[in-house]
Design a protein around this ligand. Structure first.
Ligand SMILES: *[C@@H]1O[C@H](CO)[C@@H](O)[C@H](O)[C@H]1NC(C)=O
Ligand SMILES: *[C@@H]1O[C@H](CO)[C@@H](O)[C@H](O)[C@H]1NC(C)=O
Length: 367
């Protein structure tokens, strides 16, 4: 009798959970929405067949929003030139918009650069899962023999490290994808931006996933992942893009996710650009440009410090000689210390240089 009551209560709770109307932002994509990925508004059909890209084993898809015209321009001016020099095909992946004026602008942008693909799904933050399914599927159909680097438009990449990475990995793949691996607790507070009720996902955790700002997918994984993403049996098709695409779908397809050379979210040390491949979430617009400049300086410094070990000579203007950042000569350690102290109120871009100065100061003190 007692058991029956318990079961009844449990049933009532379950029915209430399932019939509760979900807040509009808790979105599970319907089959009809998934079907949208079969349609394209603007194509680059034969991009990967272009003879200038014949030797490339990589295809880069940059996730960008329709409104991010300025950000795309910055990417074209910062890390894309080197990608183009290496003859690696790339595109920006967008969804469509009902704003005709904006669509006109996008078409004009594409007439200049020939580097936009626009899917039919509506471009929206809550549709990022559709964008990723679209991208992986597009790549597996049109660039099937290449690795796919999927990356946000506010990330900075080191293309040489990426090439070195996949050249070394060729023989040892076994259905891996590479990224910064994470785990995520399910948010059960209804006010949370990431709220997911038990009726949608029962367990307290999601499967391990890749942070969505970038992942690198080997060619042998592309079609396997693409099938898993669109399969009706891979559910729920959560709007949480990184969780669904790189967690739920990879688990369904027995694809392993592996951490490798992906870091975020700020420019921290000179080691940053030695072996890393992607720096995620580096800011938009002006902030992105600042990050880019800092990374450039740091990678130049990293290269220099491989060959020279700077020491302070008396009356030394060694920093200037090495092309480092000092704009005034440093005569002795006391002045160096004063200088470091004077830099305490500096902005974040300069803080990196402060670190180098401190290192040199410590070294010279122990000599
Ligand atoms: C997502 O895309 C689908 C398909 O285009 C569309 O019906 C839906 O309104 C979009 N959702 C949002 C939140 O924009
Ligand atoms: C998945 O579901 C949709 C809509 O119900 C259907 O049209 C489609 O054929 C299904 N796909 C598979 C592979 O069963």
């Amino acid at each position: 009798m007692f058991n029956r009551i318990l079961i009844l209560i449990w049933l009532i709770i379950r029915i209430q959970q399932n019939s509760a109307v979900l807040p509009s932002y808790v979105h599970v994509h319907t089959p009809a929405e998934i079907m949208e990925i079969n349609y394209v508004v603007l194509h680059q059909l034969s991009l990967c067949e272009d003879s200038q890209y014949a030797a490339s084993q990589l295809f880069i898809a940059i996730k960008s929003a329709v409104n991010n015209l300025n950000q795309r321009q910055l990417v074209r001016q910062t890390w894309l030139p080197e990608v183009i020099r290496y003859r690696i095909p790339y595109v920006f992946m967008l969804g469509s918009t009902n704003d005709e004026e904006l669509l006109e602008k996008l078409l004009a942008e594409n007439r200049n650069y020939h580097d936009l693909i626009i899917g039919k799904f509506v471009d929206d933050y809550y549709n990022l899962t559709l964008k990723s399914i679209f991208t992986v599927t597009w790549a597996s159909v049109h660039c099937s023999s290449r690795w796919l680097l999927y990356v946000d438009d506010d990330a900075i990449i080191n293309i040489r490290n990426i090439i070195r990475f996949y050249n070394n990995k060729k023989d040892v793949l076994n259905l891996n994808i590479f990224c910064k691996k994470g785990v995520r607790q399910v948010h059960r507070e209804i006010q949370s931006k990431w709220y997911i009720p038990q009726s949608v996902w029962l367990e307290e955790r999601f499967p391990e996933f890749c942070y969505g700002w970038s992942y690198l997918i080997p060619s042998d994984v592309l079609s396997v992942l693409s099938s898993a993403l669109i399969s009706n049996t891979t559910t729920p098709k959560l709007w949480l893009e990184d969780v669904f695409v790189t967690g739920i779908a990879t688990k369904a397809a027995n694809i392993k996710i592996v951490s490798a050379g992906f870091v975020c979210c700020q420019v921290r040390s000179t080691r940053l650009f030695k072996e890393n491949m992607v720096l995620g979430q580096m800011g938009k617009d002006k902030e992105f440009l600042e990050s880019w400049k800092a990374v450039q300086k740091k990678s130049a410094l990293a290269k220099k410090s491989e060959s020279h070990h700077p020491v302070i000579r008396s009356g030394g203007s060694i920093f200037q000689k090495k092309g480092l950042l000092m704009s005034r000569p440093i005569e002795n350690h006391a002045r160096l210390r004063n200088f470091i102290q004077s830099m305490n109120g500096m902005n974040s871009r300069n803080r990196a240089y402060f670190w180098i100065l401190k290192k040199v100061a410590l070294k010279s003190r122990s000599v």
